[in-house]
Design a binder for this molecule. Structure first.
Ligand code: TRP
Length: 355
């Protein structure tokens, strides 16, 4: 078989994804090459130079498709610039002028999130969002636990204080953490900033709920005005199935806005890959979820076909997460697709042909 490079593999998925979503692939492909840098030319036969935690197989990219209630779907790339945080900041500095990024808020907090990270962890991830006919939007994810799990709450408090968002953080912590579980089963996992100045520029704070059930997530969501906890429960059940989530954790994110005493938006992320046998089951569940929220499923099938390089029943994890976004700015459902550049996780159920 021909020996593909990292960039060839990922571009070979991004290009058809753009076509399916009726977007010009030129800018997305250009940014993909920029994120990868010299790493893009590496052969996939060699182990990843930088073992990113973005995906289970250490691919530095994860695709996602955001189905929106009131506008066409968006395409997103979650990316880690190989080589560590400094390489990531260099990439952003290069993109800042070209794409009009607003980095003042990042500059205001970045010193807090720049310890040397242990292997298997991260310091800086980027998300690139493409909407048809618009300039790409950038978002960064910082790691609240860079200086250790115990220091995460004070670090986030300091960062949000600097950004004038301390009030809604305190409300959120008081009502979303299970008693005594902060830094234990409830963890502050990501601190995300939009790199633009618009009225919708957001800070998002993510909580991972380990060993939780749908009711725990619903309780944690209830702090956000306008969010119906029953909807969160129903989504966890539909995407993840019944019972406790004792594999990868349920994750909730809170959108914080200046001047509000409570968070203004909430999303719940279900790591569906730990709760299905294979990707055919994941695909069927996600199709049912999309239908339930009024989205057609044909687009899902075409997006999955653009990314997958194998029969869906032959592995698990191509569909990594599915999330429900509630409240402003953009309600909808997002489906996360793994690049599987290096590896496919075998399915849990093995089909044995009859003798
Ligand atoms: N791969 C990591 C995980 O599964 C990080 C990650 C990538 C993630 N995409 C995500 C976490 C979407 C939550 C939601 O935890």
């Amino acid at each position: 078989m021909r020996d593909f490079s990292v960039l060839e593999h990922l571009a070979g998925q991004l290009n058809p994804l753009c076509r399916v979503l009726e977007m010009d692939p030129a800018t997305p492909l250009d940014l993909l090459a920029g994120v990868l840098g010299p790493h893009g030319a590496r052969s996939l036969a060699d182990p990843p130079a930088w073992p990113s935690d973005i995906a289970d197989d250490h691919s530095p990219i994860e695709f996602s498709v955001a189905f929106n209630d009131h506008e066409p779907p968006a395409l997103r790339l979650l990316a880690e610039v190989p080589g560590g945080a400094q390489a990531g900041y260099d990439f952003l500095a290069g993109a800042a002028g070209r794409y009009g990024l607003a980095i003042a808020r990042l500059d205001a907090v970045r010193d807090l999130f720049t310890a040397d990270v242990p292997p298997g962890s991260f310091a800086l991830w980027c998300s690139l969002v493409f909407r048809s006919g618009r300039r790409p939007e950038f978002k960064v994810y910082l790691n609240p636990e860079v200086a250790g799990v115990d220091r995460a709450p004070e670090l986030v408090a300091e960062a949000l204080g600097r950004l004038g968002l301390g009030d809604s953080y305190r409300t959120m912590l008081a009502r979303s953490i299970r008693p005594g579980e902060l830094g234990r089963r409830d963890r502050l996992s990501f601190f995300a900033l939009d790199l633009h100045d618009g009225p919708q520029a957001r800070v998002k704070l993510y909580l991972s709920h380990h060993d939780a059930d749908a009711a725990d997530a619903a309780r944690a969501a209830a702090v956000v005005p306008g969010v119906d906890p029953a909807e969160v429960t129903a989504f966890c059940l539909a995407a993840g199935g019944p019972g406790r989530f004792d594999g990868r954790p349920l994750v909730g994110s809170y959108t914080l806005a200046g001047g509000a005493r409570q968070p203004v938006g909430y999303s719940i992320y279900v790591p569906i890959r730990d709760y299905v046998d294979d990707d055919r089951e994941a695909r069927d569940r996600v199709a049912a979820v999309l239908a339930r929220y009024g989205f057609g499923t044909a687009l899902l099938h075409r997006c999955v076909a653009a990314v997958s390089r194998r029969p869906l029943a032959a592995g698990v994890g191509l569909i990594a997460h599915v999330s429900l976004r509630l409240g402003p700015p953009r309600p909808g459902v997002t489906v996360y697709l793994s690049a599987e550049a290096y590896q496919v996780t075998p399915p849990r159920s093995v089909w044995v042909p009859a003798a």
